[in-house]
Design a protein around this ligand. Structure first.
Ligand SMILES: Cc1cc2nc3c(=O)[nH]c(=O)nc-3n(C[C@H](O)[C@H](O)[C@H](O)COP(=O)(O)O)c2cc1C
Length: 172
């Protein structure tokens, strides 16, 4: 079960050498976590294996970001995103994540794979206000319409800039 953790408002940073790796099954349950993941998120392997990856979800992350993640993975594509996660103590930590489908020898998707590293501070200056705005839009839209409303905001904004999600994320 997902523990109830109160965010502390404190942020911790990855170092340039920290690479956080995890694997999940098709439903997002963790099947592998490397040592760096356990150290930064402050969970033991036993606390992570078999548990939904939302165990590290921070409430400040807009739901639309995860809808984009799952829609992209389900279409067989890889996904790049800046994600604000939460440790077992309630501290926040930013990562730049590359999530990919994990395939067997026949090319069948058997789960997902995520590799995360320290984000560039300049990129976070761009992403923080976008996520803040997405969260506000989600709150105003109400639960049922939240993700659609915030994704529409992101897509309209990117269209206005003459770009799309992946090009934008990889350019900041
Ligand atoms: C391989 C993989 C890695 C993921 N990594 C994270 C992560 O680091 N943080 C996170 O909040 N969600 C991550 N997710 C998404 C979660 O499965 C989940 O969709 C998200 O936390 C939202 O959860 P909720 O809708 O239950 O609130 C990952 C999913 C996959 C498939």
């Amino acid at each position: 079960m997902k523990p109830k953790i109160t965010p502390t408002g404190k942020e911790i940073s990855l170092t340039d050498d920290d690479i956080i790796v995890s694997k999940t099954d098709l439903t997002g349950r963790i099947t592998y976590a490397n040592r760096t993941f356990m150290r930064i998120a402050n969970y033991s392997e036993r606390q992570l294996l078999g548990i939904q990856h939302n165990i590290v979800r921070h409430p400040d992350m807009p739901r639309g970001a995860f809808k984009l993640l799952w829609d992209t993975l389900k279409s067989g594509q890889e996904f790049f995103a800046y994600v604000f996660n939460m440790t077992s103590e309630g501290h926040g930590y930013w990562v730049f994540a590359n999530v990919t489908p994990d395939r067997d020898a026949n090319g069948k998707v058997i789960g997902y794979f995520s590799v995360r590293r320290k984000p560039k501070p300049a990129a976070l200056d761009v992403v923080r206000p976008i996520y803040k705005q997405m969260l506000e839009i989600e709150k105003a839209a109400g639960a049922a319409k939240a993700t659609d409303a915030s994704i529409r905001f992101v897509q309209d904004t990117l269209k206005g800039l003459g770009t799309d999600y992946e090009r934008f994320i990889l350019s900041i």
